[in-house]
Design a protein around this ligand. Sequence first.
Ligand SMILES: [Zn+2]
Length: 125
Amino acid sequence: MIIMHAVSKEDSKILKCGVCRANISDLSAGYQSEFLFIPICKKCRNKFSKDDIELILNLMIAYGGYFGKESSEKFSLKKYILNVISEKENMDSNEINMKLMHTALLHGISPKEYIKKLEEIVKLH
Ligand SMILES: [Zn+2]
């Protein structure tokens, strides 16, 4: 945990959670991603599994943004998924999967909720 020693008390005030961008004031309570050395706030550590956190961090690094950045109020995951699938036929399926998950995360939909919705949609079609 090299980073923990290198960060002074002052610096820790401006550290932000790698998942939701909340300020992290107490670094000792923040979980460091094992692979990415990014601090995670308490709320996110309680909400997500370790695997989920790695997944979210990787997607945010690749595509930008953070968990819950966009409002989920008018967002229909089902509509979005069906749109992307019909529009991007030429896109690599792995890329589609990552894009879909990333968009869900931006709207505050957790990986678990996302998988559940996806299963429902697949069943209907
Ligand atoms: Zn967080």
